[in-house]
Design a protein around this ligand. Structure first.
Ligand code: AQP
Length: 321
């Protein structure tokens, strides 16, 4: 069974990406799975080419350093020709209305004078990512369900019109792993592209910087360490992070910590300890470009081998070639 997950190089990998996704990919993923570094998706809004290339390499190094099976990791643009071709076939299978009704497109385009056409069409590219690999399951958060549904619709429509080529994928809503919130603004989730880095712990932040960011995390004036997501979002976020790093239950941890200073100190040390080996392995890989290139090329070759026949079938039954 093939499962496909992705991470977008829209910024440096942050603690939420790691605790909420990457760590699980390393623990539960199999060599059959596909982990895409979706650099093509990172181009749907203004981007800097050199930064995109550097972030893509960083993500590749982080995934491998975290223990994700190297043969299952693939940089999306290494298959840009295959994906470009399939995206075209799928755009010829998808209606404008279906793309325009995507909630993420509406949200991300709202109030902007100009948006890239790719912001509208990227769910079709995502369908191509999924269908090209013969994916059976796509583990997603609620916000991506609509996109996987589009991939299902397009697969069925294409198969029904031209002949059975694609596996119809299933969305699987992943059980709630850690949801990490911004340290400075706990009302929003921690994100790679947050406007202010003070509330974001990046995986490659040096330990002292990690400690400083956590010691400055926003709490409240109640002075009591309680697990209360609505009433004490900052404190609860720290408890959630501490829980994700120690494996202890957040409510139990709340009972064992008497003040905010000890909560922050415990959280800072737990995060530093959790990230240390991954950070060190990532830096070592980044310092070894030959090894990183080898891993990247092997991942691309594997993903390409798995998909070539499917693309050829899709082109043939469409009347091309
Ligand atoms: N704060 C978070 N807590 C838990 N999980 C998180 N993920 C992201 N942020 C958190 C999970 O990380 C995986 C890869 O994310 P993505 O690159 O596909 O997109 P994203 O969710 O939009 O990530 P960011 O960091 O928030 O990036 P930007 O700033 O570009 O929007 C996903 O499995 C995601 O759930």
């Amino acid at each position: 069974m093939i499962r496909l997950s992705a991470i977008t190089p829209s910024g440096q990998v942050q603690l939420g990406n790691y605790l909420g996704a990457i760590r699980r990919w390393a623990a539960e993923g199999t060599a059959e799975d596909v982990y895409f570094i979706s650099d093509l998706h990172a181009m749907t809004s203004a981007h800097n080419p050199a930064r995109l290339r550097a972030l893509t390499r960083e993500q590749l190094a982080v995934l491998v350093a975290a223990g994700v099976a190297p043969e299952s990791v693939c940089v999306q643009s290494d298959l840009v020709r295959e994906l470009g071709a399939l995206t075209w076939l799928l755009e010829c299978t998808c209606s404008y209305g279906e793309a325009a009704r995507m909630i993420q497109f509406k949200e991300k385009s709202e109030g902007r004078a100009s948006v890239r056409l790719s912001l509208l069409t990227y769910p079709v590219l995502m369908s191509a990512d999924i269908l090209l690999q013969g994916t059976h399951e796509v583990p997603v958060g609620e916000d991506q369900l609509q996109h996987v549904e589009l991939a299902r619709v397009l697969a069925r429509r294409f198969n029904g019109t031209y002949g059975e080529v694609f596996v119809v994928p299933r969305a699987v809503v992943a059980p709630t792993a850690a949801r990490v919130r911004d340290l400075a603004e706990p009302s929003r989730k921690m994100a790679k592209s947050a406007p202010d880095a003070a509330g974001t712990v990046f995986l490659l932040d040096p330990p002292d910087l990690v400690r400083r960011k956590i010691m400055r995390a926003v709490t409240d004036d109640r002075g009591e360490v309680r697990y209360d997501p609505d009433g004490q979002p900052g404190v609860t976020n720290l408890l959630e992070i501490l829980s994700a790093c120690t494996g202890k239950e957040a409510r139990e941890l709340a009972g064992s910590l008497s003040d905010y200073a000890s909560l922050k100190e415990a959280t800072a040390e737990a995060v530093v300890a959790e990230l240390k080996p991954v950070r060190e392995r990532t830096l070592a890989l980044l310092a070894d470009p030959t090894e990183l290139d080898r891993i990247r090329a092997a991942g691309a070759e594997r993903a390409r081998d798995r998909s070539t026949h499917r693309l050829e079938s899709a082109l043939r039954v469409s009347g091309l070639g």
